[in-house]
Design a protein around this ligand. Structure first.
Ligand SMILES: [Zn+2]
Length: 295
């Protein structure tokens, strides 16, 4: 029972955007990643803030009711109204503030598919989360298909698309000189991740995306995950090992023709559950979400 209620509560925390009062108590806190890059945590996806003489660049923006609080924290870490806002993917807990920041003059940037999803509206059935088509001010006005470079604030910053990972429009952001990466929801640090297979996500794609991030990382790299605490390369390696073990075990059972409930009753992830099932999904719930379409 505890697991179930914890699951419901956590999902509500991550995805609920219906009630403004649900945001009244949210506090935005910041973690220094480097002297001019900070990770902001509130409710929803972790926000990256990069400040400098050329302007403020933010990655993701949580939910609309939090924009003012985010803006206050951005100022505290030395920033101004963002010049650039990049969405790592379309989910509402990462792009909900787009309209507010767009109206303040931010140029919104994303992979092509993020704009398509926001323009069309979406439904995430797993959480009963319906998002109507986004207004014009919330839409990315600069989009890319594989990669985009920003040459600002003394760094070379690349947004790199990875296909069919958490969704079909993910990108991670690599700050080359700072040796920092914002992974978006390719990386849930410390727990079983949501993989949005109804919008093109797959476990295999997440593993490939993680591999691409690891290839650009070393022992000093600081990695901002979509959810969870600031991470190291070792944390991301452990996450990759977990995903590979889960993929191998579950895809074999699927190939044998076992149903979802048959697989759940076998407890196939028992050896890794202790470490990974304590955040967002219990083991059973995670298998229920990924088994039908993400493998
Ligand atoms: Zn997401």
């Amino acid at each position: 029972m505890f697991k179930k209620s914890f699951f419901v509560m956590t999902i509500a925390l991550l995805f609920s955007n219906n009630s403004i009062s649900a945001f009244d108590d949210v506090k935005i806190t910041s973690t220094e990643v480097t002297s001019n890059i900070h990770m902001l945590v509130g409710k929803g996806g972790n926000v990256g803030v990069f400040v400098g003489k050329d302007g403020t660049f933010i990655i993701d923006d949580q939910f609309a009711p939090l924009s003012e609080k985010l803006m206050n924290e951005i100022k505290k870490v030395g920033g101004n109204a963002p010049t650039f806002l990049l969405n790592t993917h379309f989910h509402g807990d990462h792009s909900g503030g787009n309209e507010n920041f767009g109206k303040k003059g931010a140029m919104i940037v994303s992979h092509d598919n993020v704009r398509k999803r926001l323009l069309a509206g979406s439904e995430i059935k797993e959480f009963g989360m319906v998002s109507p088509p986004a207004p014009a001010e919330a839409l990315p006005i600069l989009t890319f298909d594989s990669k985009m470079h920003f040459h600002i604030n003394g760094d070379d910053v690349a947004a790199i698309h990875v296909p069919n990972a958490h969704t079909d429009g993910d990108s991670f952001i690599h700050f080359k000189n700072a040796n920092v990466i914002h992974a978006g929801d390719i990386f849930f640090n410390g727990f079983y991740p949501f993989i949005d297979s109804s919008h093109g996500g797959s476990v295999k794609g997440v593993i490939s995306a993680v591999t691409a991030i690891l290839a650009l990382s070393n022992d000093e790299t600081k990695i901002i995950p979509g959810h969870g605490p600031l991470a190291s390369k070792a944390d991301l390696e452990a996450y990759k090992q977990m995903l590979e073990a889960a993929y191998m075990s579950l895809s074999q059972l699927k190939a044998k023709g076992l149903s979802k409930s048959q697989v759940i009753s076998k407890k196939p992830l028992q050896t890794i559950d202790k470490e990974w099932s304590d955040g967002m999904f219990s083991s059973d719930k995670w298998i229920e979400v990924i088994y039908p379409n993400a493998l």
